[in-house]
Design a protein around this ligand. Structure first.
Ligand SMILES: *[C@@H]1O[C@H](CO)[C@@H](O)[C@H](O)[C@H]1NC(C)=O
Ligand SMILES: *[C@@H]1O[C@H](CO)[C@@H](O)[C@H](O)[C@H]1NC(C)=O
Ligand SMILES: *[C@@H]1O[C@H](CO)[C@@H](O)[C@H](O)[C@H]1NC(C)=O
Ligand SMILES: *[C@@H]1O[C@H](CO)[C@@H](O)[C@H](O)[C@H]1NC(C)=O
Length: 420
C-alpha cells in the first residue's frame, strides 16, 4: 500500500537549475495571495476530476478518499482567506456529492473500507462550511451532517467500550484491516468534532452540554490512554486485539495527530470562554500551549540544523519514505495551527512565526512558477528548493502553509443563533 518516494536528482533534471520558484514575501498579503492562488490553481488543474470516485480528485493508486476531503477543506479556507471564489462551485459540488444518502459522508462508493478518520476528514469540510457560512446544497445540511457523524461516533464509542477503557477504533467495519487499532487521528477527530460543535452551538444550546461533555470525555480518555502524553507529544495509537488492551503505545508521531487535538483544544478554549467557565478555560489554554510547544519541538527542526523553524514530517521525510497520504499531513498541521492562532490569542505570535518561516521555504520549493502550473516539493528544508518530488499531498501542504498566513483575513467563526 505504501508508495516510496522516488527522489529524482538534479543531474537527471538539469532544467531545475533554471526553473523559477514561487516568490513569497511572508509580510506582504498581496504576494501571499498570489502564491496561494498559483498553488490552488495548479492543484485544481493537475488533480481535479469531478468524475473521480476518489472524492472528485484524481489520485494515484491507492486512492485515498480522505485526502480529497482534506483538499476540499483547504479550498474552502482558500476561498475565505483570499476572497477568490473561483473554486467555490467545484468544492460545493464535491461536498454535496460525497455526503452520501444519509448525510453523513458515508457514500456507497466508499463502503467496505471507509474508516472513522476518513469520515471525520470529510466532515471537517462541512464544519468549515458551517463556520464560514458557505451556501448549503439544502438548508441546514452542514449542521445535520455534523450531528449525524457525531451521533455515529457516540454510538461507536459505546460499541468499542469493551477494550482500553473506551476510545474509538480506527475502523468501524469489523471486517476491515485496522479494526483492532485505536488511534489518535480517530479519537482526536471525535474530540475536534465535538469541540467545534460545542463552540458553534454554545449560545443556542440552552445549557445542553452534550458536545462539550463528549469533548472532555475523549480528551480525558486520550490522555489516560497515553495517546496524548504528559508533555503533549501525541502518539499514533495502540492495538486492542486479543488481550492487548492498548497497553503498548505505537510511539510514532505524525504531524496531523498533534494538529487534530490542537484544533479541538482551541475550540474548547473558545467554548469555555464563551460560556464563562474561566477556570476551565485556563486549563485549555495550558493544553493549547503544550500542544503548540510539542508541535514545535517535534516538527520544526529538520535534520542538519540548516533550516530551524521549517516544518517537516519527522518520521518519513529524512528517509524520503513518506507515502502519498503522509505527504499531506503538514497541510493539517498548517491549517489547524493557523485556525488556533485566531481562537487562542496567547499563541498567535508563536504560531504565525512558525508558519511564516515554513511558508517562505514551502513557496521556494514550488518550481516552474513561469509555466502556470507549479509543482511544490516535499522537503521544504532542501537547500536546492524543489527536491524533485511532488504529489497531491505535497501541493496541499504547500497551499495550506502559505494561505494560513492569511487566516487573520477570515471573518469571525459563525455561531448558532439562539432560537427567538
Ligand atoms: C466526466 O464524465 C463525462 C461524462 O462521461 C465526460 O464527458 C467528461 O469528459 C468527464 N470529465 C473528466 C474530467 O474526465
Ligand atoms: C483494559 O484497560 C482498561 C483501561 O486501562 C482497564 O480499565 C481494564 O481493566 C483493562 N482490561 C483488562 C481485561 O485488563
Ligand atoms: C442535547 O444536544 C444533543 C446534541 O444536539 C441532542 O442529541 C440531545 O437530544 C440534547 N438534549 C436535550 C435534553 O435537549
Ligand atoms: C521552537 O522551539 C525552539 C527550540 O527547539 C525554540 O528555539 C524556538 O524559539 C521555538 N519557536 C517558537 C516559535 O516557539
Amino acid at each position: 500500500m505504501a508508495r516510496r518516494l522516488t527522489l529524482v536528482t538534479a543531474s537527471v533534471l538539469p532544467f531545475l537549475s533554471f526553473s523559477t520558484a514561487l516568490s513569497l514575501d511572508t509580510t506582504n498579503p498581496v504576494t501571499i495571495t498570489q502564491a496561494a492562488t498559483s498553488i490552488a490553481n495548479s492543484l485544481m488543474t493537475t488533480y481535479h476530476n469531478p468524475n473521480s470516485t476518489a472524492g472528485d480528485f484524481n489520485q494515484p493508486q491507492p486512492w485515498f478518499w480522505w485526502l480529497s476531503g482534506s483538499g476540499w477543506t483547504a479550498l474552502l479556507d482558500y476561498t475565505v482567506y483570499t476572497a477568490d471564489t473561483t473554486h467555490k462551485p467545484a468544492l460545493l459540488a464535491a461536498l454535496a456529492e460525497n455526503l452520501g444518502p444519509n448525510l453523513d459522508f458515508a457514500p456507497a462508493e466508499q463502503a467496505s473500507w471507509e474508516a472513522n478518520d476518513d469520515q471525520a476528514y470529510w466532515l471537517y469540510g462541512a464544519l468549515t462550511a458551517l463556520e464560514y457560512g458557505f451556501d448549503e446544497p439544502t438548508p441546514g445540511v452542514w449542521l445535520a451532517a455534523a450531528n449525524n457523524v457525531f451521533s455515529k461516533f457516540v454510538a461507536r464509542w459505546a460499541a468499542d467500550a469493551a477494550t482500553c477503557g473506551g476510545g474509538l477504533k480506527w475502523q468501524f467495519d469489523p471486517a476491515a484491516n485496522g479494526f483492532f487499532y485505536k488511534n489518535s487521528v480517530t479519537n482526536g477527530g471525535f474530540f475536534q468534532t465535538a469541540a467545534r460543535l460545542a463552540r458553534y452551538s454554545a449560545a443556542a444550546a440552552g445549557g445542553n452540554t452534550t458536545y462539550a461533555d463528549w469533548a472532555r470525555t475523549v480528551w480525558d480518555w486520550s490522555t489516560g490512554a497515553g495517546f496524548v502524553a504528559a508533555d503533549y507529544s501525541v502518539y499514533d495509537g495502540a492495538s486492542d486485539e486479543g488481550t492487548d488492551n492498548c497497553t503498548t503505545i505505537n510511539g510514532i508521531q505524525w504531524s496531523y495527530n498533534v494538529a487534530t487535538y490542537l484544533h479541538g483544544a482551541a475550540n474548547m478554549y473558545a467554548y469555555t470562554g464563551a460560556v464563562g467557565l474561566v477556570d476551565e478555560q485556563a486549563v485549555w489554554a495550558t493544553r493549547v500551549q503544550g500542544l503548540v510547544d510539542a508541535a514545535n519541538r517535534t516538527f520544526f527542526s529538520p535534520p542538519d540544523g540548516s533550516a530551524p523553524g521549517v516544518m517537516y514530517e519527522q518520521f518519513c521525510e529524512p528517509t524520503a519514505s513518506c507515502t502519498i497520504d503522509q505527504t499531506s499531513f503538514k497541510s493539517s498541521l498548517s491549517r489547524w495551527l493557523g485556525k488556533t492562532a485566531i481562537l487562542v490569542p496567547g499563541v498567535k505570535d508563536q504560531i504565525m512565526s512558525l508558519l511564516a518561516t515554513s511558508a517562505g521555504r514551502a513557496a521556494g520549493s514550488c518550481t516552474d512558477a513561469a509555466s502556470g502550473a507549479v509543482s511544490c516539493g516535499m522537503k521544504w528544508w532542501a537547500p536546492e528548493g524543489f527536491d524533485g518530488y511532488t504529489d497531491f499531498g505535497s501541493m496541499l501542504s504547500a497551499l495550506e502553509v502559505v494561505q494560513s498566513l492569511l487566516v487573520g483575513n477570515a471573518p469571525a467563526l459563525a455561531t448558532l443563533t439562539p432560537a427567538a
